[in-house]
Design a protein around this ligand. Sequence first.
Ligand code: AHR
Length: 501
Amino acid sequence: MQASVTLDRENRIGQVDKRIYGSFAEHLGRCVYGGLYEPGHPTADEEGFRGDVLELVRQLDVPIVRYPGGNFVSGYRWEDGVGAKETRPKRLDLAWRTTEPNQVGVNEFVRWCRKAHTTPMMALNLGTRGLQEALDLLEYCNHPSGSALSDLRVSHGEREPHNIRVWCLGNEMDGPWQMGHKTAQEYGRLARETGCAMKMFDPSLELVSCGSSHTGMPTFPDWERETLEHTYDMANYVSLHQYFSNADGDTPNFLAGALETERFIRTVGSICDTVKAKKRGKKDIYISFDEWNVWYHSHKSDDNSMANRPWTEAPPLLEDIYTMEDALVAGSVLITFLNHADRVKIACLAQLVNVIAPIMTKTGGGVCRQTIFYPFLHASAYGRGVALRPNVTSPLHDTKNFTDVPYLTAAATRNEETGEVCVFAVNRSLDQPLDLTCNLKGFEGLTRGEHITLCHSDLKAVNTVDAPDEVTPRRALFTPDGGVSSVRLPAASWNVLRYSK
Ligand code: AHR
């Protein structure tokens, strides 16, 4: 099969906000305890943070990490997680039926972020709590000193304010599973009150208003319209979540899933603009796609354990082991974000370690890069600068839920500092390679090419701590010929084409 990508350096979508390579760490399963934090582990530092995990997070170059939930945050009392560790209470986390030891809280997380070369994105509990507790946490974190809560932080050993810039006004408040689930009117009103008060403290904070938990929600898309009519003046982003599943074993349909992401972004983007027009507003509302991933491998075992499990600390939950085909879905979602760089400014791969994550650990043992680690690594490393609008031609096919699905999905970036141009491409065909012609118009002197490929003869192949290198990328050099180059994309593959001087 033949396909082509044509790029014009003047045809720009917009600047890539590096925060689209964000992630998420929830107090859930072994993400925090046994993932980020495991005192006594051979690689743990003096604070108990696993050094092997920190090393892989730094490799991924994740600019922002959402914390502490997720569903967990809707029952969380942040005060439990500060002060002397031995006095912190154990609490029942109803969201995941787990005992929370509170040995990691906001101060530990911010210190972990510094070590991981990232920044925190703090979610607030608007489920069982509200405006006052949100303001208290903000004062504790961001006020320098001279008030009760900022001085409390200083007394906890944190002299400098954390200066957290991005705050989520609750989590998935449209979901009946959420503690304190609300109607759009109830949530919109609470989020607005909370956001307005937070901006009285600091108008430069960036606030995220909850959007829909997924496109199948009965309240989607009215939820976005109704809530944004309340929150337009103080919110900067609306948050979207989406998880992908191949539970029915229909791989072509699964690989087309990012078309749904595309529709989701377009629909919510148009609602943001409609509300802006209605408000006679000047500012745009952007999208924070702050939970996305493949999530289904662990569903069966988790359903059983949720019902029968006694209350324990950090049980293994949502520990999906990712396959080669999952990496293709992850890659095509990243491509979709790049192609909407003008609207999607933050995105968080859910989650970072152990819980539906690119990084898996063994408690007391080693660590591994899951298959989805690689498309994320490549996009984060090379997909920076300006997103260019690719003109793509590709053969099409139909799947159960989608018609006219292109076998080739692609995005492109130009790094203005290095001059490097990158094309990111997934070949969705399960059995045919794609002969891809890339035509780079008006880019001078790009004489060196590198083709990175991730593929495997078995779409169900996985990496594990014991066999960590079953699915790994390979690299090959090529010479672009006068702006035109032809490369072969193997069947069912993730590809990065790097063009440099
Ligand atoms: O990421 C796992 C869970 O998925 C989060 O806690 C919740 O926000 C979503 O439903």
